[in-house]
Ligand binder design. Structure first.
Ligand code: LHQ
Length: 258
């Protein structure tokens, strides 16, 4: 069985982390496979939203710790430079919305890969753990960048230094994630959200994502300038014309992602 399952459901690329016996912990081949599937999601024009989830009880327990003690395994630099950092970069650059559907515990790199996605939802029983401090490491996979921006410096510092388990509802309350859904309807609710995203003006969402990415480091004037540039591009899309036309004709728009 592959460590990552991939299928197309309508216009959604569904990626399932699939090493349930290891709580979907990442080894090298699995990280490289995720990169391949993300690339497919980026290049396949039919795909207009990406959905990442885990099989079994966990979303992902982060790095497979058996691999790091394997004398033939990759070293820390290789793990970051070739496994996790390319994944985070791909997700942030992907010109389509990426939903993390956190079905269970998300720890270490597993948590931070989820948190760099565009819309993060979690089952009520799921949790998030910055587990790195418990084994003497620092938060990676973008954790030191995204977490303080999501929940503020003070909380991010405490959570990364203490490694507390954060329940999904608390994660929602502190702004770490978008929404919690009940366990019983989690898969349907999360997929419905991805379906909605996949039916919206894909290019407009891509420009929104790029503008938000830039807002992480731009100053105010540069950001206003970027808004001009991206809005000009959005204003040239067919979906923009369709959105305005549909509004004026009092009908539901049909967006094609063009
Ligand atoms: C695992 C793992 C795992 C292997 C559960 N590996 N088997 C970057 C640079 C270089 C090096 C290292 O890493 C990184 C990035 C990182 O991600 S560092 C952080 C690595 N992750 C962790 O430290 C988390 C370790 N796991 C846990 O703390 C717990 O398993 C959590 C809190 C995730 C879940 O706890 P429980 O619900 O009590 O489940 P469990 O501990 O019983 O785990 C279930 C099974 O999964 C178990 O196997 P077993 O055969 O005993 O049933 C675990 O051994 C296995 N597993 N995480 N990371």
């Amino acid at each position: 069985m592959s460590s990552i399952l991939f299928e197309k459901s309508g216009s959604i690329g569904v990626i399932t982390l699939n090493r349930p016996e290891k709580f979907n912990a990442f080894n090298g081949p699995m990280a490289l496979l995720l990169q391949e599937h993300l690339k497919t999601c980026s290049t396949d024009k039919q795909i207009r939203a990406v959905f990442i989830t885990g099989s079994g009880k966990a979303f992902s327990a982060g790095q497979d710790l058996d691999e790091v003690v394997d004398p033939n395994g990759p070293n820390v630099i290789k793990i970051l430079a070739e496994h996790y950092n390319p994944i985070v970069r791909q997700i942030r650059k992907l010109e389509k919305p990426v939903v993390a559907a956190v079905n269970g515990v998300a720890a270490g790199a597993g948590a931070n890969i989820a948190l760099c996605c565009d819309v993060v939802v979690a089952a009520r029983s799921a949790s998030f753990i910055q587990a790195f401090c418990k084994i003497g490491l620092i938060p990676d996979s973008g954790g030191t960048f995204f977490l303080p921006r999501l929940i503020g410096w003070g909380k991010a510092t405490a959570l990364t230094m203490l490694g507390d388990k954060v329940a999904a509802e608390d994660a929602e309350r502190m702004g770490m994630i978008y929404k919690v859904f009940d366990d019983g309807t989690f898969v349907q609710d999360a997929m419905k959200l991805a379906e909605t995203l996949s039916s919206l003006p894909t290019k407009g969402l891509a420009y929104t994502k790029q503008a938000l990415n830039n807002s992480m480091f731009n100053n105010y004037e540069d950001q206003l300038h970027d808004e001009e540039i991206f809005q000009e591009k959005a204003g040239r899309t067919a979906d923009y014309k369709e959105g305005v036309q549909a509004f004026l004709e009092k009908r539901k728009p049909t967006f094609k992602g063009e």
